[in-house]
Write a protein that binds this ligand. Structure first.
Ligand SMILES: [Cu+2]
Length: 255
């Protein structure tokens, strides 16, 4: 059970990918150096079976019963963003989703893993109550499994740097909605987009990310300042109906 609300009021069941057996609501994600021969081992420490899909089903663990382990041998993957999610959408609503990045290291890298939550569904899903997933009205919108303002203390999400730095931002949308990332103060260049190749090379201040898709942005700040980044669909900047919450992080750029 976790609390996502700024007010500490929303507590609902949650599933996550963790690097250790210790439960943490924050899904684990990582960057891999290009040219690395990559293996991923997933152990199911839950009480129900899961089937984990990587890269929208290009790879899968197959059915993983409680206590079972599966190792996937990817070999060397092309540069890009790879989503990791449960085959059952109901489990994704519980938070079970993450991503990994194959991309050269840069001095400043930041990561935004986007998701939505319909808080009144989570307990029902976990208790096996049938829900009508056609009526989707999520009320919490998270980056790295946190909402504003808690997300501000996430040093992997809150952008810091200096004027003229080359800052990389990796974005994965694990939700069911498209999210339009809107930058105040700067434009970014889209270096990579697995949802729309036409995005690549564009310099914009607002970029839509489709469900299940990932993008890489290059931010070279031309001015110092403190500016927000948020979803331009403003419902996603609320949490439990409160504003500001949800998908909003800050950029703090010095001289
Ligand atoms: Cu704005």
């Amino acid at each position: 059970m976790i609390a996502l609300d700024t007010m500490g009021q929303a507590v609902f069941p949650y599933l996550a990918f963790n690097a250790t057996a210790q439960f943490d609501q924050h899904n684990y994600f990582s960057r891999v150096e290009p040219g690395t021969s990559l293996q991923l081992t997933i152990m199911n420490l839950d009480s129900i079976a899961h089937n984990i899909l990587i890269d929208e089903g290009m790879f899968s663990t197959g059915v993983l019963l409680p206590g079972q382990t599966s190792t996937i041998d990817f070999g060397v993957l092309p540069n890009g963003i790879y989503g990791v999610r449960d085959s059952l959408e109901l489990n994704r609503f519980l938070g079970l989703s993450t991503f990994f990045v194959v991309w050269p290291e840069s001095k400043e890298c930041f990561y935004w893993h986007l998701n939505e939550h319909q808080s009144d569904w989570n307990a029902d899903i976990r208790n096996g109550v049938t829900i009508d997933t056609e009526e989707y009205t999520p009320d919490y919108f998270s980056i790295n499994d946190r909402v504003h303002p808690q997300i501000m203390s996430d040093t992997l999400a809150s952008v810091t740097g200096k004027v003229n730095d080359s800052i990389l931002i990796f974005v994965q949308n694990s939700g069911r909605m498209a999210h339009s990332i809107h930058f105040h103060g700067y434009h970014v260049e889209v270096l990579y987009s697995n949802g729309n190749a036409l995005d690549i090379g564009r310099e914009k201040d607002t970029i839509p990310v489709k469900p299940g898709k990932g993008q890489v942005y290059l931010l070279v700040p031309f001015q110092p300042g403190i500016f927000p980044v948020h979803d331009h669909n403003l419902i996603s900047t609320t949490g439990g109906g409160n504003f500001p919450s949800g998908m909003m992080v800050m950029m703090n750029i010095g001289l």
